[in-house]
Write a protein that binds this ligand. Structure first.
Ligand code: PLP
Length: 382
């Protein structure tokens, strides 16, 4: 299939339409902004334990605090490209977190009259950007009854003549469901038949419990890989993510970010480079901690009378629900206010009835947080 060159940024939007764009705050981020620093036990975070510069033993003294290359330092891009067979630095755009890459890709590929299909649940900005830009958004729902696995027949039926981008996230936030190589291949075929691109958010892929499927961008020129150093690596503070894609998309990302952030933080890039150089060693330690935490949370969940979940297949998060049904808002609110424990109510991710339980952090904090969760559950059931 010939790659199209859609440049929609502003060209087809009338001034009137531009004025109508609205960026509402995302309920998930409001919850974080309000409570993440007000608690003692955080068991709602979606990443691994936050790292410090000291723990990483990185010397940042000589980092020049200048503007950087607009889609990332070539050495960093080269290091990233190595992981994506068949791709070179021309296919890599390093961005201010995966969030910026997601924004730029949607802004570039999905025009005012185009449709975008976004898997749901997921991290909300993956669909909220399309809403903010007033794009035709279709949610591709993952269901409890199907273990939150993506149903490709269902996806095929959702495609419209104007679909330009399909966006999937696996391992999934917050359900921890995974995708197989065969399913990614099918999604690529569906996108190809539609004349669309497929974007796979692979932010949690390095935290697979079993061997991961291939990186999407290595499978087809119409497949885009999106990822971040925020979750697996416990480094959201460096604000580094990237997309690996056809070069026309990398160039579009460059254009978008020249109007928002221009380039990455030089400190962020320096940390990212050092961590990627010793990737295997750092990841081995992270994975050991994650699997040990998962054992704890799994045993705790197995002993619960009031909660049930589809066990996460990878990553550091899961989405339990109350066996008796109903909203989890009262539980999560009680947890933050009385028990100083942070989880995320599903309603903040358009998934009311569930809540996000994160097990990537400090083990002691996890154990204490689960204890608090047990107390709050008892309270709401008494
Ligand atoms: C699946 C997924 N993608 C992207 C992001 C955005 O991450 P960042 O912008 O920090 O890279 C998140 C954050 O929670 C996420 O869970």
């Amino acid at each position: 299939m010939a790659l199209r060159e859609p440049i929609y940024l502003g060209t087809e939007i009338s001034l009137l339409e531009v004025r109508k764009l609205t960026f509402d705050r995302m309920p998930l981020e409001i919850w974080f902004d309000d409570y993440q620093f007000e608690v003692d036990y955080d068991i709602g975070e979606s990443g691994t334990k936050f790292q410090t510069v000291r723990e990483l033993s990185i010397d940042l003294n000589e980092v020049e605090l200048r503007y950087g290359y607009h889609v990332g330092h070539p050495i960093l891009r080269k290091e990233i490209a190595k992981q994506y067979e068949g791709n070179s630095i021309d296919n890599v755009a390093v961005t201010t977190g995966a969030s910026e890459a997601n924004f730029a890709i949607i802004a570039h590929l999905v025009g005012p009259k185009d449709n975008i299909i976004v898997e749901h649940p997921t991290y909300p900005s993956l669909y909220q950007v399309a809403r903010s830009l007033g794009r035709d958004l279709t949610l591709f729902k993952l269901d409890w009854d199907n273990d939150f696995r993506p149903d490709m027949d269902k996806l095929r039926k959702l495609v419209k003549p104007n679909t330009k981008l399909i966006s999937l996230t696996h391992p999934n936030n917050p359900t921890g469901s995974v995708i197989t190589e065969a399913e990614i291949k099918e999604a690529i075929e569906i996108a190809e038949d539609a004349g669309a691109y497929l974007m796979v958010d692979e932010t949690y892929r390095d935290l697979m419990f079993d061997s991961p499927p291939p990186l999407a961008a290595t499978m087809s020129p119409i497949a885009i890989s999106l990822t971040s150093m925020s979750k697996t690596w416990g480094l959201p503070g460096i604000r580094i993510g990237w997309a690996v894609a056809d070069n026309s998309i990398v160039e579009a990302i460059r254009a978008v970010r020249e109007q928002i952030t221009i380039c990455n933080s030089s400190l962020g890039e320096a940390v990212a480079m050092e961590v990627l150089y010793k990737k295997d060693e750092v990841l081995a330690n992270i994975m050991k901690a994650v699997l040990s935490n998962f054992k704890i949370v799994k045993e705790w969940m197995d002993s619960q009378d009031w909660l049930e979940w589809i066990e996460p297949k990878s990553g550091v998060i899961g989405a339990p629900r109350l066996k008796r049904g109903g909203s989890t808002d009262p539980l999560c609110e009680l947890l933050v206010t009385k028990y100083r424990t942070f989880t995320v109510p599903g309603s903040r991710m358009e998934l009311d009835g569930y809540f996000r339980l994160g097990f990537g952090g400090e083990q002691e904090e996890l154990i204490k947080g689960l204890e608090q969760l047990g107390k709050a559950l008892k309270e709401i059931h008494s």
